[in-house]
Design a protein around this ligand. Sequence first.
Ligand SMILES: Cc1cc2nc3c(=O)[nH]c(=O)nc-3n(C[C@H](O)[C@H](O)[C@H](O)COP(=O)(O)OP(=O)(O)OC[C@H]3O[C@@H](n4cnc5c(N)ncnc54)[C@H](O)[C@@H]3O)c2cc1C
Length: 299
Amino acid sequence: MHLLNKFIVATIPLVPKPIVRYFAGRYIAGEELSDAVNTVRILSKNGMNSTMDVLGECISNRADATEATLEAISREKLDSNLSVKLTQLGLQLDKKFCLENTRKIIQKAKELSNFVRIDMEDSTCTDDTINVYVQLRKEYSTLGIVLQAYLHRTESDAVRLMDMGYMNFRLCKGIYVEPEAIAYKKREEINNNFNKVLEVMLKRKAYVGIATHDGALVQNAYRLIKDLKLQQNEYEFQMLLGVRTDLRTQIVNDGHRLRVYVPYGHHWYKYSTRRFKENPEIAGYVFKALFSKNSFNSK
Ligand SMILES: Cc1cc2nc3c(=O)[nH]c(=O)nc-3n(C[C@H](O)[C@H](O)[C@H](O)COP(=O)(O)OP(=O)(O)OC[C@H]3O[C@@H](n4cnc5c(N)ncnc54)[C@H](O)[C@@H]3O)c2cc1C
């Protein structure tokens, strides 16, 4: 990351929340469910599906808030499924409680003919997340998991899950800071592993959400899709709300399915700061905003 960006990101905790909220605006649909519903509708009009993520609510309310989202998706007939993080369902407090909470959500999704994607968090959660997924996948077919290309273990996790017949993945680079002993750190190594794992998955006919904004990885995925003669309904691309809308439109125009990750809720802070870290232009935006008079009043 550019030094100036590093500095800006490191000082974010000192920045007044309304200013952070201003920059977060592009990455989150809003604070209310109705904001997310509107965003999903707009994406849908532009030929894109969504996956909604509820940011916030304390762990005890979490499953209820998530179920309310599933109900809204069904009621409003939205082209959206749901993404969940297991730590927000109690993974680090009580694994049994987390399993029960997650089961409730998957059951609801099944009743409403929907699908739940379990996000992957930092490496202290990888085994437990996979365990919960495997346990619930034995009971339900309407869920998938995320694997991160920066982890050395990912190819063998993918193969192990596919050997069990569990063939629905989102593949992303991975966003958490992980030790060198277990993770690739160089961009080139991460990209090589992304391409390698994607090929392994697609060759075995797994359904993959190819989750990246990296043009080179998208081009490589196009090549694989062509070489393997995959049909449009055998994979999808996935991107985060507010990131590379140009590439997003291009992928749709090229005739591929594309799903946008749509986070909403009151607890937008942590999610947004993760996004700032990835934004190569964040320093420029901050300076522009600081020196342009009305920028904070314009939203
Ligand atoms: C749908 C989806 C779901 C995800 N789920 C998870 C998950 O469960 N667990 C996990 O660890 N990670 C998850 N991620 C994040 C992922 O791991 C990466 O951190 C993130 O996508 C950036 O990697 P990249 O492949 O886009 O490549 P990068 O090399 O980081 O980015 C490629 C280009 O995209 C643009 N870009 C990327 N991010 C931003 C940004 N925030 N703002 C502006 N421009 C940007 C820049 O132009 C950059 O050069 C998810 C990503 C997506 C798209």
